[in-house]
Design a protein around this ligand. Structure first.
Ligand SMILES: [Zn+2]
Ligand SMILES: [Zn+2]
Length: 137
């Protein structure tokens, strides 16, 4: 499946299924997305590649070891690749194709904005949880 930023300068491809997806209500996700929460799919980095415009990527280091990539031209959030962990985190809304997965939880709900009510039945966690544990059930 393929994805891109709003201006189309940067394009990427994931040749694998997502392992898991989640919503995140933490303040950094809210601010970088300019939205009530961010939604991410998680996959293996060796199935990911940039197709176009990688030179236009820039990153914001929001915490140690966590870089949030975005497009220098349009500011869209873009995937972050953590090669040493064979892990890529993809803002799900930047995909142009169906991700083939549904988010399974809300994380950092303690930081949720007051003006948005979670109306689905997904589990809500006050902070982060190990998503791999949720997948195992
Ligand atoms: Zn762009
Ligand atoms: Zn977050």
């Amino acid at each position: 499946m393929k994805g891109s930023c709003a201006c189309g300068s940067i394009r990427y491809e994931l040749n694998d299924r997502f392992l898991v997806a989640n919503h995140c209500h933490c303040s950094i996700c809210r601010k970088v997305h300019g939205a009530a929460f961010g939604t991410f799919g998680h996959a293996k980095a060796d199935a990911f590649r940039w197709l176009q415009g990688e030179a236009l990527l820039t990153g914001y280091r929001s915490s140690d070891g966590n870089v949030r990539n975005f497009c220098q031209v349009c500011g869209s959030n873009l995937p972050s690749v953590f090669s040493e962990m064979n892990y890529v985190r993809i803002p799900l809304a930047t995909l142009d194709d169906d991700p083939g997965i549904q988010p399974l939880a809300h994380l950092y709900v303690k930081s949720k904005v007051s003006w948005f009510d979670i109306a689905d039945c997904l589990p809500q966690y006050p902070e982060v949880v190990d998503l791999r544990e949720l997948v195992k059930g």
